[in-house]
Write a protein that binds this ligand. Structure first.
Ligand code: FMN
Length: 407
């Protein structure tokens, strides 16, 4: 079959979301770096996220970026809560765009999961000397037994955070982002409102599902009000909670229908973050462990979805799309392991021009490498010159031309 007649793998088919076109359906998933000082990104983020654009991803997320300073988990979490952050993010978005990818930001607020160390110190609570601050949450319940008690948010706290979400979205536009994702998963502030395990309120922001969804929907409305109509808005959900949780797929379907009406374009399907004494078992970590949630949401609501979670095999990714289970495939650790994953996936799926995915500086040299590997078929007689009159035969078995030792 020649290249022209070969079907383009869905993974490498462009996707149009509102007016934004991504060159393929591979997304580098949001990844916290814990490498910021007072919120703004540094060299680390430029290189780390830049390499995923260089490797051929269609959409490149940064990390969860807090909408206000107290909404960071650690002193080193990223944030976009000051106008002075804009220029440092702009450097990253310019670079990502120059490489043909779409830059995306995930906005978040950790709520009660504040004032910790990062994963390298097992997320231990900050000591008094380490400038701790108090988290805020719908109810004064610690994130884990024995953890720090957050302050219960009153209506003015809720209003203040909604302003922070809106302003952070505005800054994200000014910083050059084309996609904005609201982090509604993983036990952070929005999820704390959604779950009856972390929300015991009796006012209009608690109680039944409608009350518990209210904060999430007001955040979406606040962000959508400033996020341009021609740019897509994503929402990351924990489709089911963690071990001992109670929020499940039926609640997520109800939430998705509300998100749909408020201008959310894509639901990014994750899981976990809140647990307790509920009946839910933990989600086993197997390839595609959350893809079934993406399928269910897409099929039952018509909402486009992102499938994420240990998807490392190109044929698996392609099958998820081909079977109509998701519109985009996100990878986090798979890209850390191999930032050129898109290029390798393109080769595996028989995409006509895999090297078209990387910058021509790289592509030109990699084409030569491909050419060399075809010039001399394995096993053919080869001599390596060691001087004008000396040729040494090359052993394919040993991978070396060895001069005679007795010479
Ligand atoms: C280093 C690292 C940081 C992460 N940070 C975030 C984050 O900021 N926001 C988020 O929603 N998920 C975050 N995640 C979760 C990933 O986006 C992804 O959903 C998860 O790792 C499953 O995908 P994977 O199996 O391809 O790694 C992070 C994951 C990793 C490995």
């Amino acid at each position: 079959m020649n290249n022209e007649s070969r079907e383009v793998p869905l993974l490498f088919t462009p996707i149009k979301l509102r007016s934004v076109v991504a060159r393929n359906r591979i997304v580098s998933s949001p990844m916290c770096q814990y490498a910021s000082d007072d919120g703004g990104p540094e060299e680390w983020q430029l290189v780390n996220f830049g390499r995923f654009a260089m490797g051929g991803c269609g959409i490149v997320f940064g990390e969860e970026s807090a909408v206000e300073a107290r909404g960071r988990k650690t002193h080193h979490c990223a944030g976009i809560y000051k106008d002075s952050h804009i220029a440092s993010y702009r450097r990253i978005t310019d670079f990502i765009k120059s490489l043909g990818a779409v830059p995306a930001i995930q906005l978040g607020h950790c709520g009660r999961r504040a004032s910790q160390h990062g994963p390298l110190k097992d997320r231990a609570l900050l000591s008094e000397a380490e400038r701790p601050w108090q988290g805020i949450s719908p109810s004064p319940l610690p994130p884990t037994p024995g953890g720090a008690i957050p302050r219960e948010m009153d209506e003015s706290d809720i209003r203040a955070t909604l302003v922070a979400w809106r302003e952070a979205a505005q800054r994200s536009i000014d910083a050059g982002y084309d996609i904005c994702e609201i982090h509604g998963a993983h036990g952070y502030l929005i999820h704390q409102f959604l779950s009856p395990l972390s929300n015991l309120r009796s006012d209009g922001y608690g109680g039944g599902l409608e009350g518990r969804m209210r904060y999430a929907l007001e955040v979406v409305e606040a962000v959508r009000a400033v996020w341009p109509q021609d740019k897509p808005l994503f929402f990351r959900t924990s489709a089911v909670e963690g071990a001992g949780g109670v929020w499940g797929i039926e609640e997520t379907l109800a939430l998705t229908r509300e998100l749909q009406q408020r201008g959310v374009d894509v639901v990014d399907c994750s899981s976990g973050g809140v647990g307790g004494d509920g009946p839910m078992p933990g989600v086993p970590r197997v390839p595609g462990f959350q893809a079934g949630y993406a399928r269910e949401i897409r099929r039952r609501t018509g909402m486009p979805t992102v499938a994420v979670g240990m998807i490392a095999d190109a044929h698996h990714a392609e099958a998820i799309l081909r079977d109509g289970n998701a519109d985009l495939i996100a990878l986090a650790r798979g890209l850390m392991d191999n930032p050129n994953w898109p290029l390798h996936a393109a080769r595996e799926l028989g995409y006509a021009d895999p090297l078209g995915l990387v910058h021509q500086r790289e592509a030109q040299r990699l084409r030569l490498l491909e050419q060399h590997s075809k010039e001399y078929p394995p096993g053919s007689a080869i001599e390596i010159p060691f001087g004008p009159g000396e040729q040494v035969s090359y052993s394919w078995q040993d991978g070396i031309a060895a001069r005679n030792d007795r010479r």
